[in-house]
Design a protein. Structure first.
Ligand SMILES: Nc1nc2c(c(=O)[nH]1)N[C@H]1C(S)=C(S)[C@@H](COP(=O)(O)O)O[C@H]1N2
Ligand SMILES: [Mo]
Length: 255
């Protein structure tokens, strides 16, 4: 009797190990299982620690000159959100759009586009690197995220800044992204409302999109509707901190 139970137990452990191997091999169907974040998380922690050794997180991304700007800056991912509420706001040039900043903050707040434009701004010419293999240099202008955070005052328990976007995929899941406080307060982290001295077009993420110059393109959320401060990422989307992260991409996409 006892022997039988032990055999069954061994069998279950072996099956569990086999599933583990499938996950490491990148089995798509299982990628949203609760096991996956753990495995991904440990490898990712390593990447992040190595990255910190090579380039300190507070280091500035390289900035370029006007002459270095790319003749064409590609658009990628969603380029026109399939969202009726967004379409209404866009028709009116986002005059009625308001950015909500809430969650673990002392003073939740709303900012209109004109209010954001009146806050201190930063302009930077930087290179965007997409994981799909293209890069482009452009001049970006926006309000440093730190300016906003200083106004809403994060609570001591807040650890991540989450960006909720207007664009859904075919299954209805909206794009979202998250960053930690090292990146949130980095001087080059902007909520950008202009590219190459023009009002940010819809294809590039109007009315505002994140610029996060030390990481890959997919981190730089376009069509931001709401910013939420949280102490962990488990309850948001698929729980891995971003739309592409929920499909297996790394949360820390340092370059
Ligand atoms: N909301 C939202 N943000 C997004 C995406 C998207 O599909 N939706 N695509 C990401 C990817 S993969 C890249 S490379 C950049 C592309 O920005 P661009 O269209 O201005 O070139 O936006 C990122 N932010
Ligand atoms: Mo990308």
């Amino acid at each position: 009797m006892i022997k039988k139970r032990i055999d069954r137990r061994r069998f279950m452990i072996r099956s569990a190990q086999a599933v583990g191997l499938m996950l490491l091999a990148g089995c798509d169907k299982l990628s949203r299982s609760e096991w996956f974040p753990g495995i991904l998380g440990s490898a990712e922690g390593l990447t992040r620690r190595v990255q910190r050794l090579i380039t300190p997180r507070k280091a500035m991304a390289r900035e370029y000159t006007e002459a270095d700007r790319s003749a064409v800056f590609p658009t990628n991912g969603n380029i026109d959100p399939n969202n009726p509420d967004y379409q209404v706001l866009a028709k009116n040039n986002f005059a009625d759009w308001k950015l909500t900043v809430s969650g673990l903050v002392e003073r939740p707040a709303e900012f209109s586009l004109s209010e954001l434009r009146r806050l201190p701004s930063r302009t930077q010419i930087t290179r965007h690197d997409c994981v799909e293999g293209w890069s482009a240099i452009a001049k970006w202008k926006g309000v440093p995220l730190s300016e906003l955070l200083n106004r809403v005052r994060p609570l001591p328990s807040a650890r991540y800044v989450v960006f909720h976007c207007a664009d859904p995929d075919e299954s209805g899941q909206n794009y979202y992204e998250s960053i930690d406080f090292d990146d949130a307060y980095h001087p080059q982290t902007l909520l950008a409302y202009a590219i190459n001295d023009q009002v940010l077009p819809i294809a590039h993420g109007a009315p505002i999109r994140l610029r996060l110059e030390r990481q890959l393109g997919y981190k730089m959320a376009k069509y931001i509707m709401r910013i939420e401060l949280v102490d962990n990422l488990v309850a948001i989307g698929g729980g891995n901190g971003g739309y592409w992260e929920d499909q297996g991409y790394e949360w820390y996409a340092g370059i």
